[in-house]
Write a protein that binds this ligand. Structure first.
Ligand SMILES: *[C@@H]1O[C@H](CO)[C@@H](O)[C@H](O)[C@H]1NC(C)=O
Ligand SMILES: *[C@@H]1O[C@H](CO)[C@@H](O)[C@H](O)[C@H]1NC(C)=O
Ligand SMILES: *[C@@H]1O[C@H](CO)[C@@H](O)[C@H](O)[C@H]1NC(C)=O
Ligand SMILES: *[C@@H]1O[C@H](CO)[C@@H](O)[C@H](O)[C@H]1NC(C)=O
Length: 308
């Protein structure tokens, strides 16, 4: 009969085997020095830092106007693919030029249109590391919410990859403290919109933001690009038939999402009018759920040094 004393040595051997198996499969397979991918560039750290700085210099207002004027930004690869956690995935140079540069330029050029998109006016890189063709940066920017009379700090964390020409091929962006930022902006703008509570501010801001979307719709979404019968149908839909949206819902079936896409409508009405329409044009819909969003892998180029 097996006693505890008989079993103990077996248990120890079993554990020792387990430990050595685990460790044999762990660090032993990882190269001590990373090799270089045959498909990706091998930039110096200094060059990668420079590429990151170049991007943020161009991102600020009014430098972003210059990128936007080029339509296809020279900072982006033709097949660039990006993901922004609070919105969506964006593919291709032209679309990404609009979302990265045009979006914020519009808010600066039309402060009279109430939108919850701020204008980036300054930045500082607070964390940075880089390897071969990959950068990871945390950047603190000041955004001027021109139509609300507020300037607030915003932290953007990003992982980028670059091609041989130094163009961005991929970006994966997170807005840090985003929920808090949205709450802060809503609370701080309450007096401006004549509200005494955050709930009232959301209702009043919702009205103003919807009016901004609908006046843009009336001006640019005509003929085949029309989404709503008229201004009132638009306002009714945006204030009554869809929700204002949670902080993370800038890429979902919300007023917040349509308010963001409103900024792009003047650039290419045929592309962007559907995004502010009731169906959302593949940009403002609820088709993705939380697990699906977190589980999706969209990047063809690895975000880890070659060999790992
Ligand atoms: C890659 O670049 C680094 C400098 O950043 C250099 O030290 C290394 O030798 C390069 N590797 C190859 C294989 O070219
Ligand atoms: C931008 O690039 C796209 C292809 O990616 C091309 O179809 C379009 O004509 C270009 N626009 C300009 C203004 O160069
Ligand atoms: C923010 O924008 C407003 C309106 O355009 C401007 O008057 C103000 O100087 C800007 N503030 C900063 C810090 O850029
Ligand atoms: C929204 O619905 C309310 C109540 O049903 C109505 O009084 C209001 O006029 C509607 N607003 C718009 C813009 O249609």
């Amino acid at each position: 009969m097996a006693t505890l004393q008989n079993l103990l040595p077996c248990l120890c051997v079993f554990l020792a085997n387990l430990v050595s198996t685990v460790f044999a499969k762990g660090p032993a397979e990882v190269p001590l020095v990373s090799s270089v991918s045959p498909e990706q560039p091998n930039f110096t750290f200094a060059r990668l830092y420079d590429l990151q700085v170049k991007f943020y210099d161009a991102f600020l207002w009014p430098a972003n106007l210059e990128q936007m004027a080029a339509i296809n930004s020279t900072l982006l690869a033709e097949d660039v693919i990006g993901r922004i956690d609070i919105t969506r995935n964006f593919e291709g140079r032209e679309l990404n030029t609009e979302y990265l540069f045009g979006l914020f330029a519009q808010s600066a050029q039309h402060p009279e249109i109430i939108t919850l998109v701020g204008v980036p006016v300054s930045y500082e890189i607070i964390h940075f590391t880089a390897n071969q063709y990959i950068t990871s940066a945390a950047v603190r920017l000041q955004f001027n919410f021109t139509s609300l009379g507020l300037t607030v700090p915003v932290e953007i964390d990003s992982w980028n990859t670059y091609n041989e020409a130094g163009e961005i091929t991929q970006f994966d962006v997170t807005f840090r403290y985003w929920q808090w930022l949205v709450d802060h902006v809503i609370t701080a703008s309450a007096p401006k919109v004549g509200a005494t509570s955050p709930e009232e501010a959301i209702t009043k801001l919702g009205q103003l933001v919807a009016q901004g979307v609908c006046s843009t719709h009336q001006m640019y979404c005509t003929g085949g690009n029309t989404q709503y019968a008229d201004f009132n149908a638009c306002l009714s839909y945006l204030t009554n038939a869809t929700r204002f949206g949670q902080a993370y819902e800038l890429g979902r079936d919300t007023l917040l999402c349509r308010s963001l896409h409103r900024n792009m409508v003047p650039y290419r009405p045929e592309v962007h009018c559907p995004h502010i329409g009731p169906a959302g044009g593949g940009m403002c819909g609820d088709e993705m759920d939380y697990p699906g969003t977190v589980a999706s892998d969209i990047f063809p180029v690895p975000y880890k040094p070659y060999g790992y």
